[in-house]
Design a protein around this ligand. Structure first.
Ligand SMILES: Nc1ncnc2c1ncn2[C@@H]1O[C@H](COP(=O)(O)OP(=O)(O)OP(=O)(O)O)[C@@H](O)[C@H]1O
Ligand SMILES: [Mg+2]
Length: 232
């Protein structure tokens, strides 16, 4: 971490999707710093570039131009193995559609990133149950996603994202497929993760969530329209 606690530093990020003669500018020059321990809501209209930005921050996609420093390291310099390792170790990513393995149990889903990280079986077992307990699902370890509610599936995805103790949790409309009660539980979980010192950045369409958090970044037409840090 650099001295002022900046975890994510984006400078003049652009992203142009090209297919044939069609070029779509999804991000038109975004500069954004996220500090350790921040709780950030990203809002903006459909098609404004929110997911594109989140995918770049999560190292799931690369910008067309601009620089991205994660924990003071230039992501552009990372090779494929280092990228995979960063995604595994530093970043927890939560998707709207959960992205769980449907043939695997909750336990096995949370185990995946631990296996990838080379953790031994005894460590994995304890860590998996820790993470499932944290999201209130220790008693569902043997359930497959089809045997869980949407809110429970998302909680398994959160448990999975926490397996390797990431510094930052990124979420792309994590409550988009959930009813308001399950969605509220997910948001409370994020607030808890944040209170433990993690940075949490989530895209949301729900202004009631955004207003509860201490920073709201508004994206419009591939640019940051406003970046408000609220009190509290
Ligand atoms: N893989 C892609 N190829 C081409 N164009 C894309 C691709 N992904 C996104 N786009 C375009 O880039 C722009 C930004 O898309 P993005 O998914 O980042 O928007 P968003 O803000 O997340 O929208 P939503 O709220 O609907 O999820 C849109 O115009 C979209 O059509
Ligand atoms: Mg999106």
């Amino acid at each position: 971490m650099n001295r002022n606690g900046t975890l994510i530093s984006l400078k003049d990020i652009t992203k142009v999707y090209s297919s044939g003669k069609v070029h779509v500018t999804a991000l038109a020059g975004v500069s954004l710093d996220i500090k350790r321990g921040e709780l950030v809501a990203v809002i903006g209209p459909s098609g404004s570039g929110k997911s594109t930005l989140m995918n770049i921050m999560g190292c799931l996609d690369m910008p067309t131009a601009g620089s991205y420093h994660l924990d003071s390291e230039s992501v552009a310099e990372f090779g494929i193995h280092q990228l995979a390792s960063v995604r595994n170790q530093k970043i927890g990513f939560i998707f709207q559609n959960f992205n769980l393995l449907n043939y695997a149990t909750a336990y096995e889903n949370v185990e995946m990133p631990l296996i990838f990280a080379g953790k031994p079986a005894s460590y994995r077992k304890e860590k998996i149950m820790d993470c499932l307990s944290k999201v209130g699902l220790a008693d569902r370890a043997d359930h497959k996603p089809t045997e869980l509610s949407g809110g429970e599936m998302q909680r398994v995805a959160i448990a999975r994202s926490l397996a390797n103790d990431p510094d930052i949790v990124l979420a792309d409309e994590p409550t988009g497929n959930l009813d308001s009660k399950s969605g509220g539980e997910i948001i409370s979980l994020f607030e808890q993760l944040n209170s433990e010192g993690r940075s949490v950045v989530t895209i949301t369409h729900d202004m009631s969530i955004a207003r509860r958090w201490n920073r709201i970044v508004k994206i419009k037409d591939g640019l940051i329209e406003s970046d408000m840090v609220l009190g509290g």
